[in-house]
Write a protein of this length. Structure first.
Length: 91
């Protein structure tokens, strides 16, 4: 039997309390202003609230620009090594 793993959308995007912690702002318009001023990419919900992906947030907070992962950007600064089916970045 084929089983699909389904992750609830709540685990894929930052929740409002997480956005408040990240931005230090409670009001949506101030969260949007902070995200924009700090170069974060986000979408807006139908209600006008910012939507930020959890993986994107993790990369940004770790100092990794997601655009660096495309078309050789990361390999300009690091070497990828395959070891036991896991990829490691060696600086």
């Amino acid at each position: 039997m084929d089983k699909n793993i389904v992750f609830p959308i709540e685990s894929e995007i930052l929740q409002n309390d997480e956005l408040c912690k990240l931005t230090g702002r409670m009001l949506v318009k101030h969260q949007i202003a902070w995200l924009t001023a700090n170069g974060w990419k986000f979408h807006l919900s139908a209600l006008g609230s910012p939507i930020v992906g959890t993986w994107y947030a993790r990369m940004k907070l770790a100092g990794i620009e997601p655009s660096d992962l495309s078309a050789g950007g990361l390999t300009d600064r690091a070497t990828l090594v395959k070891e036991d089916e896991l990829f490691h970045v060696i600086n």
